[in-house]
Write a protein that binds this ligand. Sequence first.
Ligand code: URA
Length: 435
Amino acid sequence: MTEAFDAVEVIRRKRDGERLAPEQIDWVIDAYTRGVVAEEQMSALAMAVFLNGMERGEIARWTRAMIASGERLDFSPILGPGGKVATADKHSTGGVGDKITLPLAPLVAVYGVAVPQLSGRGLGHTGGTLDKLESIPGWRAELSHAEVLEMLGGIGAVICAAGAGLAPADKKLYALRDVTATVESIPLIASSIMSKKIAEGTDSLVLDVKVGSGAFMKDEERARELARVMVELGEEAGVRTSALLTEMSVPLGASVGNAIEVEESVEVLAGGGPGDVVELTVALAREMLAASGIGEDPAEALADGRAMDVYRRMIRAQGGNPDAALPTARESHQVLAPSDGVLSRLDALAVGTASWRLGAGRARKEDAVQAGAGVRLHAKPGDRVARGQPLMTLLTDTPERFPRAVEALEEGFTVTEGDSADVERRLILDRLSAE
Ligand code: URA
């Protein structure tokens, strides 16, 4: 087959800061998916995009080309009279201790909205929803499209692996970006996330765009720009899209890892759990319900156990036993407060890196994660602490990992002298939508 363009010419154009032609974008994504554009050529192009950016029109075209690289799902068989009201999805740009999908999907399903959460595994310091759920004995992430539809039509929510057919160009490109330092690029993140979500065919989408040390976007302005681009891409494709900008310089909740995050999610579903996890779960649920035309207060279904009932059915339907004991780590190590005072800083990136080094995350795609590994937090910013008091418990099956995890935490927290510290935390920083 004669190729329409030459990869070197496309790379050169972006390298020199020029706009790519729509046909060049369509070709390069298609040719990369077919294996005609080589990995080293796509790495160079990704770096050129990282350095020189893309205009809105280029990002929209790039996103469409990635959607066209695979299949589009169709949830219409479960919608309409006697079925579900609508489909609504949530996507987080990735954080530390971010287990929100686990209580959120069943919570929204309580109100008759179908929630297809096609999720991924963690890479780097941010955790992956599937890794967390796979710590439940028997639970299976891979489902056929027919199984997904059956769960959505019956139980109302499903959390499973996105099939290989959905935006395959992104699967290749994301893995490449991860090893070429080209992840933190607004055009590349926006097109990566939105190609998958648009191909999935949800009616509405709520984005949780994280800001801070534990997020890909460290400052608020860049996070806001990412949110704006993604909302525009969604709306242009007919997906009702809104975004919450949320704080990610401190870990969410009191557990960072896999099984221990499932345990904390179950506490939230039982009406308890850490305040920040509950606040964000309810705020995102409210957004998803509003996008589906439902004005009810989701806090009620968390408090009265209805969301828990859906969660238990959801886990069982995927072979998991919601009553089984979760795996625990064989070894633990405590990090103690060095002095009396107030914990004034607890850095999300440091805690995420420690958890990853303990075995909760993976360094390469093919690595296995440890279900019991992670970090339990015994104090959060603003808490008074006494010298020698445990601040964190590090968990792993492989104790030789402790020194590197402790090293990650060395500059990761601060205890300030005195009785109080100015650590007020605003969890939800802003909301963006097309209106
Ligand atoms: N999540 C994605 O799916 N893609 C990105 O590029 C970043 C976060």
